[in-house]
Design a protein around this ligand. Structure first.
Ligand code: ADP
Ligand code: ASP
Ligand code: MG
Length: 426
């Protein structure tokens, strides 16, 4: 017998028919002799709908009230899944974030889980009841509902698995694992049997939305065994216990898989894209000590994450241009803050561009092999794709390009690094 946390995403929970299918998967897992807790997302599209209601009600919405609204999608699906399980003769009940409780910090709309009380959950599972927990939500110290940021149900699931010391956290979604790139963009992408925590963390943080970045960081820290797999397979599908999906593993486990011949070592493990950033150029900034500090301090104080930064070679008269990227959602705020500090910073113009995309190649192989970046630049230039900015980490190279060239760039790089498979993904 094992203790398993099963998480179902929005597409898997979209409508009563799909919830019935999810209930069947859950029921089977319990019938196989396991203790199960289930974490659910809102129905696909529901959270977007709720976010829009908040915007319509008040453009400058209070994040605490926003959380009250947007957390409700998961309350609905957790109740519906418990009802469906009961209709199949299973014992099941929902546990809302404030009931467990899931304690979070107070940062509304982007809260972080601090702890989850698990005693009641364990007692309920041991009594043969299936615990259904709405993802994405928690409660702050002052007793108000919080949410964890978009895609946060993955993090809820991993946190529940850590609190329950679960044997595995299965993340059921609409693809059957983590692929070399988004299979919806590249039909020749192939599924990875395993990926290391470090690579998955990097892939998620540069746009592979199959797992929320924070969920991977938490799994790595707490040593939670995570599998990504599909909820859309038939009754004859390989059971989850036989690990048909993608496992997130430690470096040691990956080395063992490579030694056994179960995994090939590739220089590049995956390619991701992100269309949610915007580029800002400040022209004719004084080229002297302290100038860039003046630009980035107000942005940091407003919790605006700056990603890529380029300071161009100085022009004459001791001036330079500074280019950087911020999340598109923060662009208007960033622009207003910079305009406010125009005198202090001393720039001439702000130029912004939201029609950009960041393309990243990720792989631990880069730590020991040179040439990954130059191959990337060559492959893109051969197709006439212009690179506007570059950033690197130990296991990643990212470039900024025109948004219209996103799909082409991902395909070209997928081929260039030898990741194409012969069989097209379903
Ligand atoms: P859920 O609603 O189940 O949380 P998401 O839409 O958040 O699902 O994440 C699943 C989606 O992630 C897939 O449909 C796929 O388009 C996308 N995706 C992006 N990169 C990858 C990748 N490398 N491997 C698999 N899926 C990916
Ligand atoms: N429903 C939330 C969202 O759409 C959380 C999640 O699905 O993970 O962002
Ligand atoms: Mg998701």
């Amino acid at each position: 017998m094992a203790r398993i946390v099963m998480k179902f995403g929005g597409t898997s929970m979209a409508g009563t028919e799909r919830i019935r299918r999810v209930a069947n998967i859950v029921r089977k897992q319990q019938a196989a002799g396991h203790e199960v807790a289930v974490v659910v997302s809102a129905m696909a599209g529901e959270t977007d709908r709720l976010v829009n209601f908040c915007r319509e009600a008040n453009a400058l919405y209070d994040p605490a009230e926003y959380d009250v609204v947007v957390s409700s999608g998961e309350q609905v699906t957790s109740g519906l899944l418990a009802l469906t399980l009961q209709s199949m003769g299973c014992k099941a009940r929902s546990w809302l974030g404030w009931q467990l409780p899931v304690h979070t910090i107070e940062a509304h709309a982007k809260a972080r889980i601090e702890s989850i009380e698990s005693d009641a959950l364990i007692a309920s599972m041991q009594a043969g009841e299936i615990a259904v927990i709405p993802g994405f939500q928690g409660i702050s110290d002052d007793g108000r509902i919080t949410t964890l940021g978009r895609g946060g149900s993955d993090t809820s699931a991993v946190a529940v698995a850590a609190a329950l010391h679960a044997d595995r956290c299965d993340i059921y979604t609409d693809v059957d694992g983590v692929y070399t790139t988004d299979p919806r963009i590249v039909a020749k992408a192939h599924k990875l049997k395993a990926v290391t925590y470090e690579e998955m963390l990097e892939l998620a943080s540069v746009g592979a939305k199959v797992l929320q970045t924070r969920s991977v960081g938490l799994a790595m820290k707490a040593g939670v065994r995570v599998q990504v797999l599909s909820s859309f397979l038939g009754d004859d599908a390989i059971p989850a216990d036989d690990l048909p999906g993608t496992l997130i593993v430690s470096d040691d486990e990956m080395n063992q898989l490579v030694e056994k011949g179960d995994m090939e070592r590739q220089l590049v493990t995956g390619i991701a894209h992100d269309k949610n950033e915007a580029k800002v150029i400040l022209t004719r900034v004084p080229d002297k000590p302290g100038a860039v500090a003046h630009i980035f301090e107000p942005l940091a104080a407003a919790s605006i994450n700056v990603d890529m930064i380029i300071q161009n070679v100085g022009r004459d008269k001791g001036e330079t241009d500074v280019t950087f990227t911020v999340p598109q959602a923060d662009l208007a705020r960033a622009q207003a803050l910079l305009e406010d500090k125009r005198e202090e910073i001393g720039f001439n113009r702000i130029i912004t561009d939201s029609k950009i995309a960041k393309i990243s190649v990720v792989g631990v192989g880069m730590k020991s092999h040179a040439g990954v970046a130059s191959n990337m630049f060559r492959a893109l230039s051969d197709r006439g794709i212009n690179i506007q900015a570059i950033s690197t980490s130990e296991i990643k190279v990212s470039v900024l390009i025109d948004e219209d060239e996103t799909e082409l760039a991902v395909r070209v790089l997928h081929t260039a690094y030898g990741l194409d498979t012969e069989d097209e993904a379903a």
